[in-house]
Structures are given as structure tokens and as C-alpha cells.
Design a protein around this ligand. Sequence first.
Ligand code: CA
Ligand code: CA
Length: 413
Amino acid sequence: MIRKKIIITTGILLIIGILTIVYGVTKGWFNKKSKASGTPTVLLRVDPIPVQIAENNTFSYTLKANPNQNLNIIGYLLTINFDNAKVQITSIEYKTGVISQDLGQDTSNKDTVNQLGKINIQAEISTAQGELLLQNTDVNLVTISGKALITGIPQLLIDNFKLYQINSDSTLTEISGGVGEFSTSSSSSQSSSSGSVASSSSSSEQSSLSSSSSNASTSSSSSQESVKVVIKIKYRMQGVLNWIANQSALTKLKILKNGVEIDNDSISFIASLSSDYLWHGQFEQRLVPSNDYVFLVKPDKHLQRKVCSLSGRDSSTLYDCGENTITLSSNTTDLDLSGLTFFAGDITGEQGIADGKVDSLDYVMIQLIIQNNTGKDPTKVAKADLNYDGIVDTQDASLIIEVWQKGINQDEK
Ligand SMILES: [Ca+2]
Ligand SMILES: [Ca+2]
């Protein structure tokens, strides 16, 4: 009798226990950790950034993944498309995991790969517990080597990048990778890859309006005296289609005279958004009157543009000044750049600051803000609200895509 009671009691407790676990799983009790850390995102990039390769020369690129949080993966896949009339692949080595037999392709499939102009990468981790990718740390996935059949920049386009995470309850989560630099280069055959040229912005942000050009003026004053020039500037930012009062943007400026930067100190001024949707600002500088000036203007969060005339110009492509220069002679000069669009999106870079390129790092930063639902956080707005409407959202992300589609993704110099 007592034994029977114990069995029944144990049975009931067991059922309650199982029900509790089932309920807990459906309520996500055991999943709190991953919820709290936000949506996992993985950025894929190529190292080094492709540059021009001479005919018959070889190249070797490693695909590096960088997750925004620790991930325990059991596999990944991606597709790489290339122009088989321009490059041939000689080896495909898996650096993380091993090839999934009959699904992925490696060096043994290079004939098929070269025939089709397409590589299917599919890897699995051999251990059941998966492989840990550390937060904000590069991990090498695959190294692709090949040969250029004609001189040019090897264009390898990544598509369909996914990783598979194994969770603590043994379920799997599919994680889509961030937009890689490969795919950004697909939209701009000439300009993007050269975005690898380092553009170290060597500047103190707050040198403001003051005229600190004494070096330049004294050194050149032997031929001509410098005068104080006030330059009033107005310009347009991509995507700013609404007027919100009191919007301001730090704008950096470099002045070139006869192709040489006149001052080591960078100039910056604050531009304000007016109801004409143009940004207005002004600065003053001591300059020698001359006809060979060129300005480099870089508004906050935007790409730098090269300005070679006092009036605006069409802005659909990167600009070559040719022989054009600006003549500065009077004390007040209007620089009307309303015909020129400043392209949005340079908000970060590998060092965490704007780096003169609009690439996947900038895009991913915006996506993370959206995913973490922090688009109204004032620090995020200051950092990443590209269209100055007071929130970081998909419109800001779209502006970056738009820039890529135009094939413009770097500072003009
Ligand atoms: Ca950038
Ligand atoms: Ca916005």
C-alpha cells in the first residue's frame, strides 16, 4: 500500500516536473541570456581588400567573420560568384570547420567552380558542441586563392551568407550574415575596391572657426600678403527631406592651394539646417588671394566631396576637378554647393570612427541600433541618424544602400 502511494506520488511529481519544464521552454525561461544580448549579427569581410592584380598574377583572400556576440556555431554556408573570364580559382581552403561532403566545394571541385564562375562554400564543425566564435573578434572562415586572367581587381561577390548556431537546448538558430564588402563592391566596379586606400583623418575635431593659418600665411607672405576671408557655405545632404529646427552638423574642411593642403590644422565649422533643406555655415581663414584653391568638405556622418568651383555642380558620380580651381580674392565669398549632394553613411570604421568609406561596418552599426531598438537614444541619433529626422531607423539604412547602388562609397580627395 505504502509502496503504491510512493509510486503514485513520484509519478505525479514527475508529471508536474515535466509540465513545468515544457512550460518553461515555451516561455523562454532557459533562453534569457540570448534574448538579453540582442539579435546576433555577423559581419563578413575579405582580407585584404582586393586591389588591382596584373595579368597572370595570383591573389589570395581570406573571408573573415566577426560576430557582435559570442556564437557557438556548428556550420556556415555562402556562395561566391566571380567572372570566370577574368579570374580562375586555384584553391579553396576551409579554415573554420570542414567541408560538408557533397554539399560544399573545395579545391577538388575547382574545375566545376571555374566552369560555372561560382563557389558553394558549406562547412560543418566536426564536434557536437560546436565551435565558439568570440564577440567582436575576427575568425578566418575560408581562404580563396586564384589567378587573374586579365589585369584588374578580382570581383568576388558573396551571397547567401548564413551561420548555424547551436543553442544550449540543442536547438539551432540560423543567423544571416551582415553585408560584406564583397557585395558592396559589386555595385561599383571601379571605385569601391580602391576604398582600401587608408584615409586617416588626422585631425582635432574642434579647431573651429578661428584662423590658425599663420604658418601658411607667413611662409607665403614673401610674395603676397594674406587677407582674412570669410567663406559662407551652403550645401545639401542626401536624404534630408524634412526640416527640423535646430539641427546642426559639424563640418570639416581642408583647403588646398595649388594641390597642397595649406594648413596642418583642420578647419571645422557648425552648419545648421534651414527651411530650404540646405545646410548653412561659415568660417574665416587668412588666405593669400589666388586663383588656385580647392576645398575638401566633409560634413559629419557624410562622405567628403572635392569642391573646385564656387557654385554647385552635378553630383551623380565621383568628381574629377580637372583644371578647375576656386579664385579667392574678396573678403567675403559665397560657396553655393546647393547643386551638390553630400552622400550619407560614414559613421564608423575599423577604429570606431569615420574612416572615409561607407561600407559594411557603417551599415551594420545602423542595423544593430535598429535591432536593439535604441534608435531614439540621443547618443545613437547623434552617431547614426543620417537624414536628421531624430531617429535611427530603416530609412537611414536605406541611404547607405542607395550610396552603394550609385557606386560611391568613399571620400573624394
Ligand atoms: Ca565608414
Ligand atoms: Ca533617421
